[in-house]
Every structure is written in structure tokens, then in C-alpha cells.
Write a protein that binds this ligand. Structure first.
Ligand code: AHM
Ligand code: MG
Length: 343
């Protein structure tokens, strides 16, 4: 089904069903996961929208596994996703950025053949100042033999993802996802409580206009990274300068660059040699989305989707966005030129 010029109202449920019909062998389980995620997104959206009105701001007095302060909304978003998906019979386990170990399906519920990995509320330190935050998700097939999901199921390279996407709680709430057949965006109409197809077949412009990087870390970057940033800024005379836009909320920065063209960079630095962002909950899903939109993603030397994870909460340097801009990063940081697999 091709929706290049939306002439009719298409809900996310209808779109998922029509996509499923393209695969006669589909069991409907993946579609069920996407419905449940859309429901969780609506619940989280309604809570985030009221964040300034109710007494929910502030820390939950708990530290997450990365040692950062969790906000109460992180806890709420995490619980909402777990509760929306743990009883559907489609998942064998989950993993969340906010939880140290894998999250089992509770006793008494059927286990399915998929695993869900997610960052329930990325950029949560921005909530207090009304900056957009987001949910990021990734779905892979179970590879171990038992009924229950295991760590090994979670530690698969990103190229094995069967679905991935994000929700941005911005000036409107949007859900953007791919199942490997292009990238499609849906905007929540809060008056009817439905996600409506608003951005079919998203393609990332190339070359990009925007550079997103926190350059307060410049003093800690190595020379190749400094040279790369000079290139993007047009300071070495090799290209037109990009405009710098950095919200500091990954989903917001990624989303702007996906629609407008550009690159998001979170390089390694001497203080954080692995960078900050997580391979399984952030880099992999956004890399799948961007490749499906015609873009690319690297850690500087390797295609993100080819990296074999070794730990659940592994961090990774990330350069993600318009393909030619990511190729520049690979060329200057010693990596391979990437061949995108975008639809
Ligand atoms: P979080 O997962 O703890 O919310 O942190 C991730 C956030 C991203 O949204 C954002 O891109 C990055 O941290 C910003 O980090 P920095 O402040 O170092 O630039
Ligand atoms: Mg995060």
C-alpha cells in the first residue's frame, strides 16, 4: 500500500493492517505489538502533556542503572510500556534503559516470539523546562529455544530488527516507525485520540542542513573528531557550513534532522570513551529508521546495524543522519563508506 499523497484519513491501526496484508505469512503478532505501543504512547503523551500542571515533576529519588537521576515520568513511562505489552502473548521478554536486567513476562501469561527493547522517556532531564522528550523502541525476533526470552535474544545486531521507531512528545505527539518497508509518521489527534498518517514514506534530505552536536565537549574530542566538526561547519573550505541545532533531547534532534536533513553526532571523548548513548535502546532503532529513510548511521568506524552487542546497556559513539554527511564522518574517522539499505 503506497500513501504518497494522503487524500483520506488513515489511522495507524488501518495502516498497520494494510501493511500486514502485504505479508500473507504474517501472524499478526508484530502488528499487535505496534498497536500496543501506540496505546502506550497515547497514555504517556497524555501524562507528559499534563506534566506542568500536576505535581509530578522532580526526581523519583531513585537512580537508574546508568547512575543518572530518574524523573517520575520515566518511571511512569516505563511502567506504562511494560503493562501495555506484558500480557499480549507476543513478547518473550523486554529490556528497558531504566531497568538493569531483562524484564520477564509474568508467570501465567503466554510468551511470544518477539523481544521489545526500549528507552521509555529519553531526554527526561528536559521535562522540567518543557523541551520535547521521546520514547524509542526496537523489536527483534527471539533466537533462543526456550519459551522465555534470554539475554542472548536481546544481544542481536541491529540489522536483525523487525521493527523500530520512536514517539516524540513535542508541539504535537508523533509516532514514527519502520518495519523495513520505509518510514511512516503518524500525528496524534488528541481530540479523537487517534494517530493519523501524516508523514508517509519519509526520506531524509541529502546532504543535510543541520549539525547537532554538543560542542561543549570539544576540548575532550580527539583530533579527527575536531577536524570532522570543522568540516561540517565549513571551516576547512571543503563544504558549505551546516547550521547548528542542538536540543539535547535525542528524539527531538533526530526527528528534526530526519525531516530537514542533517547529522546528529555524539562522539566518544576522553571523559566518555564509549560516548553516552545506548546501542540497544537508542542507536539501533534510530539507525534502522534512518537507513529505511535513505540515511546512514555509524559509530565512526562501523555501521551501527552490524555491531554485535555484548552488554544490555552498552554505550556507543553515534553519527546518524543524511547519508553523505555520515559518509564524511566515516571517511574522516577511519571507517568504511556505508552502503545504505534504505527502501
Ligand atoms: P537520557 O537517556 O539519560 O535521557 O540521556 C540521553 C540524552 C539524549 O536525549 C541527548 O541526545 C543526550 O542525552 C544529551 O547529552 P549531553 O547533555 O551530554 O549533550
Ligand atoms: Mg535515553
Amino acid at each position: 500500500m503506497v500513501y504518497n499523497t494522503p487524500t483520506s484519513v488513515v489511522t495507524i491501526d488501518r495502516f498497520i493492517i494494510e501493511q500486514e496484508r502485504l505479508h500473507p505469512e504474517a501472524t499478526g503478532e508484530l502488528s499487535g505489538i505496534l498497536y500496543d505501543l501506540a496505546l502506550a504512547a497515547k497514555i504517556i503523551s497524555s501524562k507528559v502533556r499534563r506534566a506542568g500542571l500536576v505535581d509530578i515533576l522532580g526526581s523519583a529519588e531513585a537512580e537508574n542503572v546508568q547512575g543518572e537521576m530518574q524523573q517520575k515520568l520515566d518511571v511512569f513511562a516505563n511502567e506504562t510500556i511494560v503493562k501495555a505489552l506484558d500480557h499480549g502473548g507476543r513478547l518473550c521478554a523486554m529490556a528497558s534503559e531504566e531497568v538493569p536486567d531483562i524484564i520477564p513476562i509474568p508467570d501465567g501469561f503466554r510468551c511470544g516470539k518477539y523481544c521489545l527493547l526500549f528507552d521509555p522517556l529519553d531526554g527526561s532531564s528536559n521535562i522540567d523546562v518543557n523541551v520535547p522528550v521521546g520514547t524509542v523502541f526496537s523489536v527483534v525476533r527471539k533466537i533462543t529455544r526456550g519459551a522465555r526470552g534470554e539475554l542472548e535474544d536481546m544481544l542481536q545486531p541491529g540489522r536483525r530488527q523487525v521493527a523500530a521507531g520512536y514517539v516524540i512528545y513535542g508541539s504535537s505527539t508523533m509516532l514514527v516507525y519502520t518495519t523495513g518497508q520505509g518510514v511512516h509518521g503518524f500525528t496524534l489527534d488528541p481530540s479523537i485520540g487517534e494517530f493519523l498518517l501524516s508523514h508517509p514514506n519519509i526520506r531524509i534530505p541529502d546532504p543535510g542542513r543541520y549539525l547537532s552536536v554538543n560542542d561543549s565537549y570539544e576540548q575532550h574530542w580527539d583530533e579527527p573528531v575536531k577536524a570532522l566538526m570543522r568540516r561540517y561547519r565549513g571551516l576547512d573550505g571543503e563544504r558549505k557550513a551546516m547550521s547548528v541545532r542542538y536540543v539535547g533531547s535525542l528524539v527531538a534532534d533526530f526527528h528534526r534532522n530526519l525531516l530537514g536533513g542533517g547529522i546528529f553526532c555524539y562522539p566518544a571523548n576522553v571523559k566518555s570513551p564509549q560516548g553516552k548513548l545506548r546501542l540497544l535502546y537508542e542507536a539501533n532503532p534510530l539507525a534502522f529508521v534512518v537507513e529505511q529513510a535513505g540515511g546512514a548511521a555509524t559509530d565512526g568506524t562501523r555501521r551501527i546495524l552490524d555491531i554485535h552487542p555484548t552488554e544490555l546497556h552498552q554505550r556507543i559513539p553515534l553519527y546518524v543522519g543524511s547519508k553523505s554527511d555520515v559518509d564524511t564522518a566515516s571517511a574522516m574517522l577511519g571507517g568504511e563508506k556505508l552502503t545504505g539499505v534504505g527502501a
